[in-house]
Ligand binder design. Structure first.
Ligand code: F6P
Length: 357
């Protein structure tokens, strides 16, 4: 009897809403359209290092479209090329494990760190297909990554919810959002939530300009302001505020807390009462938005098509409304940051948003 083709799937790096819809799409497309077998790798690359897998049948992925997180689990500390705190190279053992799974393709769903590892395995001959996901939206060569839209929705709702307290108490309220070194999440949620000031890592900000804007609003009778700050903003143009270090991670730095320093500066310079809310992992939780469910479904289906046609070393991408494929290398060549001339920046400035620059 002819052996069925076998496809593996893993989710790696920080979780986000939309991973389950992507796993569902890969699994159902592989089974329904190509009569393939599907192997789920548990906990991302950790599962490949430790050979922990699970056969996926369509019932396993039925009913997960609306669920956040990932049914396969994930890890942002397992890297077969530099594993754990000792950064041990266990890639040879991992390659043996991959080969024992007898896969015709391996779909790696992840952000920048995951796609780097996936690219290295592809160079070593593993038939890899990538699907970009991250709430940071910082993977190049795609307009959007899975998870970004859902995180924007959570952050926007948070801005809506702090509006009333800011207004009632005549305060400045700062909402700090994630995004690492890219300001996409702050920009999109800041514009959607009507932030008066949005501070992004891409632009160096001047606290005097921020305060001038807050004072201008006070004089105009607006006795409150909403400020959206990206966790990757650098104080004085150079100082990142680091919350902790996760030694085994591909990027060990965990950012957070810059807003407390900005709040102090605002109180000092213009004497306006300022409060800080750090949204944290709430942004990675909850149901995926309709956009993320649709994107994940299209990416999952497209990834299986790439695998079936033998187009390895590529990842799925959305450009405009089109779902296409691009070399993984182009996705990881550099972090995708908000360009100075991005049209949304221009639109935000047109409606009076201050970027502190
Ligand atoms: O990359 C996704 C992300 O949520 C970043 O926005 C954030 O800086 C980081 O991961 C947080 O990582 P952890 O879950 O390890 O604290």
């Amino acid at each position: 009897m002819k052996r069925k083709k076998r496809i593996g799937v893993l989710t790696s790096g920080g979780d986000c809403p939309g991973l389950n819809p992507a796993i569902r799409a890969v699994t159902k497309t592989a089974i329904f359209c190509h009569d393939m077998e599907v192997v789920g790798i548990k906990d991302g690359f950790e599962g490949l290092i430790e050979n922990r897998t699970k056969k996926l049948i369509w019932e396993d992925v039925s009913g997960i479209l609306t669920l956040g997180g990932t049914i396969l689990g994930t890890s942002n500390q397992a890297n077969p090329f530099a594993n754990g705190e000792e950064k041990k190279d266990v890639s040879k053992e991992t390659l043996k494990n991959i080969s024992s799974l007898d896969l015709d393709a391996l779909v790696c769903i992840g952000g920048d760190g995951t796609l780097h590892i996936a690219h290295r395995f592809h160079q070593l001959g593993v038939p890899i297909v990538g699907i970009p996901k991250t709430i940071d939206n910082d993977v190049s060569a795609t307009d959007y990554t899975i998870g970004f839209d859902s995180a924007v929705a959570v952050a926007t709702e948070a801005i809506d919810n702090i509006h009333s307290t800011a207004e009632s108490h005549h305060r400045v309220m700062i909402l700090e959002v994630m995004g690492r070194y890219a300001g996409w999440l702050a920009l999109y949620s800041g514009v959607a939530g009507g932030g008066d000031v949005i501070i992004l890592p891409e632009f160096s900000f001047d606290i005097q300009k921020v305060c001038a804007e807050l004072e201008k609003r006070s004089k105009l009778g607006k006795r409150f302001s909403l400020v959206v700050v990206s966790e990757g903003v650098k104080l004085g143009g150079t100082e990142l505020v680091i919350k902790r270090e996760v030694k085994g991670s591909t990027d060990p730095i965990r950012l957070g807390g810059v807003s407390y320093r900005i709040a102090e500066q605002i109180e000092e310079v213009c004497g306006l009462e300022t409060r800080v809310i750090i949204l944290g992992h709430l942004q990675r939780g909850g149901k995926p938005t309709d956009f993320d469910r649709i994107l994940a479904t299209q990416f999952g289906k497209h990834a299986v098509d790439l695998a079936v046609s033998g187009k390895f070393g590529y990842m799925t991408s959305i450009q405009g409304r089109n779902i296409i494929s691009v070399p993984i290398q182009s996705g990881i060549a550099s972090l995708k940051k908000v360009p100075m001339d991005f049209p949304l920046i221009e639109a935000a400035r047109a409606v009076g948003t201050c970027f502190g620059d």
